[in-house]
Design a binder for this molecule. Structure first.
Ligand SMILES: Cc1cc2nc3c(=O)[nH]c(=O)nc-3n(C[C@H](O)[C@H](O)[C@H](O)COP(=O)(O)OP(=O)(O)OC[C@H]3O[C@@H](n4cnc5c(N)ncnc54)[C@H](O)[C@@H]3O)c2cc1C
Length: 576
């Protein structure tokens, strides 16, 4: 079936990042256009109405700070919005919300406002060629019991339990790191102090003998080396390692993907992501969470404007003075907290006089090549996945993520293409069927299939033409067809969003799902860069937040909360 639509229907006026040459122009182009009406004033302008911007605005307003949030698109949510496919509200990009920080939910009074469902089956992995499948259950013992029936299964089951236990303990430890502001490591410290500081000085509590040592060893490793120490079953090793590269321009063999895998294993209080990773969906889609955060922010007194694209952060003598909007309006504020990706904020919205050539050079060198596309499909019925067993069994096993890959080298081959500006011949597909958990999304026998498709580089050779979009969507459907024969015949509508769309329609420079590539070198106070990794910038009054800052991407709310708390502390100190 031909692609029904290749760009999001609800996309507001495109958010076009300034061309590189424009970003280098002297600051006179950054001056706000003449305001058509008297400028609005605020204590803080928050740029970006993704979940992090909304969280930040809510924290600021809760602290009594006059806050205006400006979002370029007509709808809030950024990469966590619910959108429209053929009249059905679907998770347009992000589909799970299980990493949202419980403390943020508590602080903003969100409990009970959004219904979250965590299926027993977290990840079902049908093998694309041999007809077998693995299910990773929330209950690791149940997983191990099924793994034990595979060839060499006793060893695999024991290895899985050992790895899962270690990942859960390490995840629980890192949970403390997520909610903290990375420490300042300057001032002639020793390597031991740097390492302790890197671990945010949280005591190694809750860990078993050797875990603390292991954390330092595991972080710089590749996800595949880390997992292969415990697992020899190739399909299972690939399935677990994959989460070290998901959303990122890296493969399971890339160094530092061990850190990404461990961070992805952190979930809520108790941090039980483990080797299976979290799978939690919001009833009503991610948009329900977004509405709840927006309501909280408004309830605390924040003003939220949509269809308000920022064209410049205005500053005078290295001190922020507000923002200029595409409408010609100016908002005057002594503080700006931007949740856009760091390159958009510091290279595109500010001139070289404000940021300086050295910071620009270092920022340009950060890696943010987007490789993650999204395919949303509306189906006229639930497709059959024979390796999931009987129809009743399928309904249980298919409620979590459905990850289609074969082995580590298969993922690496898919990644290789993207290094050369090509899309994978056989992309990795990680799908969900949210209507199995939330039938209210379609309210009839139709189902939604929401699929992350990787690798599809933002700078595809030849560009993202209609043909290229169709090719990628067809390749992803072929992967689905390999495990759900006949699925193509049930497609009513499909919608592809490429990293190039993330760049043009969501304003993310590089079209990266996490704004900045994740990995050990772009992590903690090195996210996005050492020196601006603690939310403050060299421009007085400008704070960075969003997925490109600690603790990174995903629907966590943590960068928004951490940056807002830092700014609130700064304002309180300034008022003393
Ligand atoms: C295909 C895909 C699938 C994903 N799946 C998951 C998942 O299942 N689970 C998960 O946890 N994470 C997932 N993610 C990652 C997650 O969605 C993002 O990392 C996260 O939502 C980023 O939130 P944010 O608020 O930091 O930034 P964003 O959501 O990017 O928000 C930034 C906002 O700024 C706005 N903006 C841009 N430029 C301007 C401007 N000049 N003026 C005003 N506003 C502007 C944008 O429109 C946007 O709304 C996925 C991402 C993608 C792309």
């Amino acid at each position: 079936m031909a692609a029904k639509k290749s760009a999001p229907k609800s996309a507001a006026k495109a958010v076009k990042p300034a061309a590189a040459t424009k970003a280098e122009l002297p600051p006179k182009v950054q001056k706000a256009p003449r305001a058509a009406k008297p400028a609005a004033t605020a204590d803080v302008v928050v740029i970006g109405g993704g979940h992090n911007g909304l969280v930040a605005a809510a924290y600021l307003a809760r602290a009594g700070i006059k806050t205006i949030l400006v979002e370029a698109r007509t709808e809030l949510g950024g990469m966590a919005l619910s959108g429209d496919i053929d009249g059905v509200r679907a998770p347009m990009l992000s589909h799970t919300v299980g990493r949202f920080r419980p403390r943020v939910a508590r602080d903003l009074g969100l409990q009970g406002k959004v219904k979250l469902v965590e299926p027993e089956a977290r990840n079902f992995a049908p093998h694309p060629t041999n007809g077998t499948a693995i299910t990773l259950w929330r209950d690791a013992k149940r997983t191990a019991a099924e793994l034990a029936t595979r060839p060499n299964g006793e060893k695999t089951a024991a290895g899985y339990l050992k790895l899962d236990g270690r990942m859960r303990r390490v995840g629980a430890y890192f949970e403390k790191v997520l909610d903290g502001i990375p420490p300042d490591l300057d001032g002639g410290k020793s390597v031991a102090e740097l390492l302790a500081g890197f671990a945010f000085r949280a005591p190694f509590t809750g860990l078993e003998e050797g875990d603390g040592r292991e954390i330092l060893r595991m972080l710089p490793m590749s996800a595949s080396d880390l997992v292969n120490e415990y697992i020899t079953d190739e399909h299972l090793a690939a399935l677990i390692s994959w989460r070290g590269s998901r959303y990122n321009a890296s493969g399971p063999i890339s160094p530092g993907t061990g850190a990404t895998l461990l961070f992805d294993s952190i979930t809520g209080d108790g941090a039980d992501g483990g080797a299976s990773g979290e799978t939690v969906v919001a009833i009503g889609g991610p948009g329900a969470l977004i509405s709840a955060i927006a309501d909280a922010a408004r309830g605390f007194g924040a003003e939220i404007r949509t269809g308000a694209q920022v064209t410049a952060i205005t500053e005078r003598d290295g001190r922020v003075t507000g923002v200029a909007l595409a409408s010609g309006e100016e908002i005057i504020a002594p503080y700006v907290l931007s949740t856009l990706d760091p390159k958009s904020t510091l290279l595109n919205l500010l001139g070289v006089e404000a940021t300086g050539p050295e910071l620009r050079r270092r920022l340009r060198a950060t890696r943010n090549t987007g490789v993650t596309a999204k395919l949303n499909i509306l189906l006229d019925q639930l497709p059959a996945f024979p390796s999931a067993g009987s129809a009743a069994e399928q309904e249980v096993r298919l409620r979590g993520r459905i990850t289609i890959l074969s082995d580590i080298l298969g993922i690496e081959r898919a990644f290789d293409s993207s290094k050369y500006g090509e899309m994978s011949d056989v992309p990795v597909v990680e799908a969900m069927i949210p209507t199995l958990i939330d039938p209210s999304l379609t309210n009839d026998k139709r189902h939604l299939l929401s699929a992350v498709v990787q690798y599809a580089p933002v700078d595809l050779k030849g560009g993202w033409t209609a043909d290229a979009r169709k090719t990628l969507a067809d390749r992803a459907v072929a992967v689905l067809e390999s495990v759900a024969p006949g699925i193509s015949g049930h497609i009513v509508a499909r919608q592809l969003i490429t990293p190039a769309d993330l760049q043009s329609d969501w304003g993310a420079t590089g079209g990266h799902a996490m704004h900045v590539n994740e990995g050990f070198d772009q992590f903690a106070q090195w996210r996005p860069l050492y020196g601006i990794g603690r939310y403050e910038t060299p421009i007085d009054g400008l704070f960075l937040s969003g997925a490109g800052t600690h603790p990174g991407g995903g629907v966590t709310g943590a960068p928004g909360a951490n940056a807002a708390e830092k700014l609130i502390r700064h304002l309180r100190r300034a008022a003393e």
